[in-house]
Write a protein that binds this ligand. Structure first.
Ligand SMILES: [Zn+2]
Length: 418
């Protein structure tokens, strides 16, 4: 697929400021040498937290790491302030200033890496329920599935598909084994803070031309997940921006960069892309046979865009780097619509926390795990070829979510990524 996730390269493309969205009034720090700017500092109620990962910094400008939080997994911190910063790449991020109870360890921690800590209180049955100061609640840690049990459940499930009982564990299980889930299902917390509010993201589509495509992509995710996860927002009230961009030089059709999705303007407006010339006014069904092939030297484009596209007469195959052969069927306008709805549905999948899979029938498919020399953040394994056999329907080409796509998105909700 030509569309890319670009969780790594996207940072380059981030030009949109979310200061507007979060209703902040940016106050730029006077020190021009500092690349991190403190935008806002807000006092917060003191609440107990545990840190899940990351570092503690000495200042909100992140000048120095003072503690590796993996060494403080069982330390309870108390929140004091919340700081909004702009990173060197002009990304908004939230840090919380925390201290231990005795004040000895204190500093700034990425807010997403803090989890409210509430020791479980157990009421012992059989005890008289008279209000008494002498019966203090017994504190225990929440019961959690053993690592080996979780690993056997994962081994028994389909590859990269958290099917069945893996979606029915406790919240303590998900928070305890977050990195195991991330790694085994290629998921992660990819959306910026504030994109999802109460499990929903509201999308402002900056070009009206894209609205019907985005609406279809929204409907697909909402129907599959059985909940309204995406809504259409407005210019003045949204948490995720969707607009045209220029992916020609980087070779993408769609890109997600943490708080926005872009669709390549030129390819979107090129009716010969990606299937070649089609009689667009015709209501006749056509079948187009595609073979994804990476080695076509006569074609400067990459990935699926370089497919040898031929109608019914049969496929042209450059076998040296053959991935997969498939056929798409529909009227010309349906095929193009499905393609772009598929691109947008795929990018919204990234917002939900899904990275790529090697399965062509998934909306999140990618022919290789490495893009621009960058591996996936949480890859279970690397791949250089689709794992499906020839003849399967491409999820992104047909804008169809697979069971694996849906299960993974349910998992990322349980992990708290949306
Ligand atoms: Zn992608």
């Amino acid at each position: 697929m030509k569309q890319r996730r670009n969780i790594i390269t996207m940072i380059v493309a981030a030009v949109f400021s979310f200061g507007l969205m979060s209703g902040l009034s940016p106050v730029q720090n006077a020190d021009a040498k500092q690349s991190v700017k403190v935008v806002r500092v807000k006092k917060v109620a003191s609440k107990p937290y545990r840190a899940t990962k990351g570092y503690m910094y000495n200042s909100p400008k992140l000048t120095k790491k003072i503690h590796n939080l993996k060494n403080y997994k069982h330390t309870t911190f108390y929140s004091k302030k919340r700081v909004t910063i702009k990173t060197a790449k002009n990304k908004t991020a939230y840090y919380t200033y925390v201290t231990t109870k005795n004040g000895k360890i204190k500093g700034y921690v990425y807010s997403k890496y803090l989890e409210l800590y509430q020791p479980t209180k157990i009421t012992i049955t059989g005890m008289p329920s008279t209000p008494s100061d002498s019966t203090t609640p017994v504190k225990t840690t929440p019961s959690v599935i053993s690592k080996s049990s979780l690993e056997s459940m994962i081994a028994a499930a389909p590859d990269l598909d958290p099917a069945g009982s893996l979606l029915n564990l406790t919240s303590a299980d998900y928070s305890t084994y977050r990195s195991i889930f991330d790694h085994n299902f290629n998921v992660g917390d990819y959306a910026d803070d504030g994109v999802f509010n109460k499990d929903q993201a509201s999308i402002y589509v900056a070009s009206s031309e894209l609205v019907p495509y985005v609406q279809k992509a929204i409907d697909k995710w909402n129907a599959a997940l059985g909940t309204t996860v995406f809504t259409l927002g407005t210019r003045g009230n949204h948490s995720l921006l969707l607009k045209f961009g220029n992916g020609q030089s980087e070779g993408w059709d769609g890109v997600f960069d943490g708080d926005s999705v872009q669709v390549d303007y030129l390819d979107f407006h090129d009716s010969t892309y990606p299937y070649g010339s089609m009689p667009l006014s015709s209501s006749q069904t056509v079948s187009i046979k595609l073979s994804t092939d990476d080695s076509s030297a006569d074609d400067s484009a990459t990935g699926m865009a370089s497919s040898r596209v031929q109608t019914k007469s049969g496929s042209h195959r450059d076998a040296s780097a053959h991935y997969l052969t498939t056929t798409v069927t529909g009227t010309p306008s349906q095929l193009l619509e499905n393609y772009w709805v598929g691109v947008i549905t795929h990018e919204l999948g990234h917002a939900l926390g899904l990275d790529h899979t090697p399965y062509f029938q998934d909306i999140m498919a990618a022919p290789a795990s490495t893009e621009d020399g960058s591996s996936q953040e949480n890859a279970k394994y690397n791949w250089t070829d689709y794992k499906d056999s020839d003849g399967v329907q491409g999820g992104a080409l047909t804008a169809t979510l697979s069971q694996r796509d849906i299960d993974r998105a349910k998992l990322t909700k349980l992990l708290g990524y949306w």
